[in-house]
Design a protein around this ligand. Structure first.
Ligand code: NI
Ligand code: MN
Length: 261
């Protein structure tokens, strides 16, 4: 899984991907992640833009690099109803008409309170097929309620598969034993893991998650947005490298190409 490949080598490969036209290798298409800060990020396949947990307005990391009004997703994935994930979902969904994928409680809230009908309700372990790939809703050990206190169903994560690439968005969670199933059954290209501690796993616990998932690259999320989740993210990256895996820290606004093994 290229665990011994330094991160610097991977970023050189990213430059090569950026200058390459649509099809990278035969049968394998471009997939790119852009991180906006906290848990807000975007996954682009060749022709589809998937926005995850669009907490932009009021997000001190995201506001300097992106505005909610600039985002034009085809699909929005929501991991849970907490304000730092739900964020700008109603406004972006209404403006773009994007398909919003979440648990049933969240899609019903969006339909009834905000009149957005283009939704797909899923539940833990279920998968949905699309022309561009496949989404599986995964378990997450956390809680989920809307900013107004409404029950937000179970929190979740997502596996986003497109061609030979697989991106795991863990959502807010601590490590859980079934992460080993994900690692066994799929070649995870990129695992986006919360590492800010206090509300999710912290740096040390994330090593257990990374060992189970065995991703080609681990990317940290949910850190340094607010005082309770401030960490030394470079120290986290060193811990990951010292454990024999590849870490890549994305600055808000930064993108990376998703590679196959
Ligand atoms: Ni949360
Ligand atoms: Mn959160």
């Amino acid at each position: 899984m290229n665990a011994d490949q330094p991160a610097a080598d991977r970023s050189r490969q990213d430059d090569r991907f950026r200058s390459t036209p649509r099809t990278v290798r035969s049968g394998q298409t471009l997939m790119k992640i852009t991180f906006f800060g906290h848990s807000a990020l975007q996954i682009r396949t060749e022709d589809t833009t998937i926005l995850v947990d669009p907490f932009i307005t009021g997000n001190p990391l995201a506001e300097p690099v992106v505005s909610a009004a600039d985002l034009t997703p085809d699909v929005i994935l929501i991991t849970h109803a907490h304000g730092d994930h739900w964020g700008d979902t109603p406004a972006i969904a209404r403006r773009t008409g994007a398909l919003v994928v979440a648990n049933f409680e969240i899609t019903e809230y969006l339909r009834k309170k905000h009149g957005h009908e283009n939704v797909l309700a899923m539940n833990t372990g279920g998968a949905a097929e699309f022309p561009w790939g496949r989404i599986t809703q995964t378990y997450a050990r956390h809680s989920s309620s809307f900013p107004d206190g409404t029950y937000g169903g179970n929190p979740c994560g997502y596996l986003v598969e497109s061609g030979a690439r697989c991106v795991y968005v863990a959502g807010d969670t601590s490590p859980f034993a079934e992460m080993a199933w994900i690692g066994e059954e799929l070649d995870v290209s990129v695992a986006l893991l919360p590492v800010g501690d206090t509300f999710t796993m912290g740096p040390r616990a994330s090593l257990r998650a990374i060992r189970m998932l065995d991703p080609a690259v681990a990317v940290p999320t949910h850190f340094n947005t607010f005082p309770p989740i401030r960490i030394d993210v470079e120290a986290w990256a060193k811990l990951v490298h010292d454990t024999g895996f590849v870490a890549r820290v994305l600055k808000p606004g930064e993108s990376m190409a998703v590679e196959t093994d």
